[in-house]
Design a protein around this ligand. Structure first.
Ligand code: C2E
Ligand code: MG
Ligand code: MG
Ligand code: MG
Length: 294
């Protein structure tokens, strides 16, 4: 039948075929196309990093930035990570892509430092497959060596679910990473299936409060209570805490009042191109808005 495609799947092996309905077929085709294109994206230089500033609430100044990958697809335009990181993860392409991200974030940060613009820390997201790779610490050490960036200016963002798969092994890997001298943060905190008891055992530096809680600050008091609890928890464990997805003055003032260390979100800045962030730094606009300083 013409409407039903016979599809060969890698997972089921050589001689196994699965039936797809037309709708599923369309999805499978899109996936296949993205996968094919993704394989060539590095050599074709189609990835770009945007940088979102992270503001210290103590100084009101830019403290660091998170590197966020974008894919400039020649026909489909700009593709955001939520549409291709999962696929990259499943296919293993995330390993070379992740190395590309690390190398470029370090190179760019080192270039800004050498130009005398600022000594900021750059945060890079790590995926499960990268974290599981045998030689992660070695690979990062080599990238630091190659690019000349001092390790304290690199932060690695990890998620709870990534660590929970094998917590004992995860702790060993985190220790190896800390031995390099870099910073570690726990991204999207509060959204994973976490047991709080493991937190004390992780050699991390920073908790990143997930934006889903920050969004709730103004809307309902339960969200606000959770945010306050996470800030208190972080501080009692002597961790720094940063709030993600801060969009409104009300959220900002609540976070300040509760002693949050840093904020990241559209209220201060969306993710910027390297050129845009450089302009901001050159113009000495590293200062946050008046409402942050006041
Ligand atoms: P994340 O690490 O939690 O990054 C924060 C996301 O929130 C970014 O989306 C950022 O643009 C967005 N965001 C920042 N401020 C606000 C705000 O005020 N409001 C709202 N609504 N959103 C805000 P983005 O860049 O689309 O990235 C999505 C996710 O993709 C990231 O979540 C991260 O998990 C993943 N990702 C991004 N770059 C990389 C990468 O280089 N490697 C890996 N493995 N994952 C990446
Ligand atoms: Mg992140
Ligand atoms: Mg996050
Ligand atoms: Mg996320």
């Amino acid at each position: 039948h013409a409407d039903i495609a016979l599809y060969h799947t890698k997972e089921t092996g050589r001689n196994n075929f699965q039936f797809f309905t037309p709708a599923m077929n369309e999805k499978a085709l899109e996936r296949l196309r993205l996968e094919t294109d993704l394989r060539r994206a590095i050599e074709r230089d189609e990835f770009v990093l945007h940088y979102q500033p992270q503001i210290s609430l103590k100084t009101g100044r830019i403290h660091g930035m998170e590197a966020l990958i974008r894919w400039q697809h020649p026909e489909l335009g700009m593709i955001f990570p939520d549409r291709f990181i999962g696929l990259a993860e499943e296919t293993g392409l995330i390993v070379p892509i992740g190395s590309w991200v690390l190398r470029n974030a370090c190179l760019q940060n080192k270039a800004w430092q050498d130009a005398g613009l600022a000594n900021l820390r750059v945060a890079v997201n790590l995926s499960a497959r990268q974290f599981g790779a045998k030689d992660l610490a070695q690979a990062i050490a080599e990238i630091l060596q190659e690019t000349g960036l001092a390790p304290q200016y690199l932060e690695i963002e990890l998620t709870e679910s990534l660590l929970m798969a094998d917590i004992k092994r995860a702790i060993d890997i985190l220790r190896d990473l800390k031995r390099l001298g870099l910073e570690l943060s726990l991204d999207d905190f509060g959204t994973g299936y976490s047991s709080l008891s493991y937190l004390t055992r992780l050699p991390i530096d920073t908790l990143k409060i997930d934006q889903s809680f920050v969004r709730e600050i103004s809307a309902n008091s339960n969200g606000a209570a959770i945010v306050a609890a996470i800030i208190g928890l972080a501080h009692s464990l002597r961790l720094q805490v940063i709030a993600e997805g801060v969009e409104t003055p009300a959220q900002l003032s609540y976070l300040r009042q509760k002693g949050c260390d840093q904020i990241q979100g559209y209220y201060f800045s969306k993710p910027l191109t390297a050129g845009e962030l450089e302009q901001t730094l050159r113009a000495g606009k590293g200062h946050a808005k008046g409402s942050i300083l006041s």
